[in-house]
Unconditional design. Structure first.
Length: 264
């Protein structure tokens, strides 16, 4: 398949570049593995790796340790809302964040959780419950479900001081690329009421979050229950300079929690 006169790695990078440019491989789609490419072109994996490095340098692809190579979205991005964790939120609010692990154990995945995490209904997942405190006061309670693969990666870390984000990104080069949020109200059951120091059936602010790594792979599903007397969310909507109101609805530029430090 390779032609004489042109370096092998260059021919492989040209072949992949053409497939990407004509849409054969879409953004965030996984490319053939180094092993598959080396067999296809009958070259060493060193040659394949050099071809991939060329494309990575051109920002046409990105690579993740243990996962492979993926097509990059090289369009310019203007992020409107940042993915944050509890410690970041507390720090911006000028409060001291701390956590208490209530439980961390393997459980049968509830059917809705299995569906969201793209697992079989009989799968076992790791359930992690943490009480979140700001300046020593209960702010929220997280219930998080992780596939066994990711749960086992974090189980030996101090999750009262470390975040899931931090451990996966720092130790395993597994980035959290995006999250899908849903916000609603839910009344506290006895378990939530006891740990959040509210009365049973009191309304809580529930944020469902499904977090993804590369190639739309779910890493964890989390329910975070906030005390409503200690948090509100504020939105900032703002048009781009020179943008007229005839161009459509005003876009969302920020969406962040604001914490109440007065209620004890």
């Amino acid at each position: 398949m390779l032609k004489k006169g042109t370096p092998r790695h260059e021919q492989i990078s040209n072949w992949l570049r053409e497939l990407i440019s004509n849409g054969h491989y879409k953004v965030d789609e996984k490319l053939p593995s180094e092993h598959e490419l080396s067999e296809k072109f009958d070259v060493s994996r060193v040659t394949v790796r050099r071809a991939l490095q060329t494309l990575e340098g051109e920002r046409l692809i990105y690579r993740s340790q243990g996962l492979g190579s993926f097509v990059a979205d090289n369009r310019s991005h203007q992020p409107l809302i940042r993915l944050t964790d509890f410690i970041e939120e507390m720090s911006r609010a000028g409060m001291n964040a701390s956590s208490k692990v209530l439980k961390m154990e393997p459980v049968a995945a509830p059917e809705p959780v299995a569906t969201l995490l793209k697992l079989n209904y009989d799968s076992t997942v790791i359930r992690l419950d943490r009480l979140r405190l700001g300046d020593g006061l209960p702010i929220a309670l997280d219930i998080t479900w992780l596939p066994m693969f990711y749960g086992q990666l974090i189980e030996n870390y101090n999750l009262e001081e470390e975040t899931i984000y931090g451990v996966l990104e720092r130790e395993y080069d597994i980035p959290i690329e995006k999250g899908r949020y849903r916000i609603e109200a839910e009344n506290a059951d006895c378990y939530l009421a006891d740990h959040l120091d509210v009365i049973p059936e009191e309304a809580l602010l529930l944020i469902d979050r499904l977090s993804f790594t590369l190639a739309e792979k779910p890493v964890y599903y989390q329910k975070r229950y906030y005390r409503t007397d200690r948090i509100v969310y504020e939105m900032m909507l703002e048009r781009e300079p020179g943008e007229s109101k005839e161009e459509g609805p005003m876009p969302l530029r920020g969406f962040a929690p604001v914490f109440n430090r007065k209620n004890g």
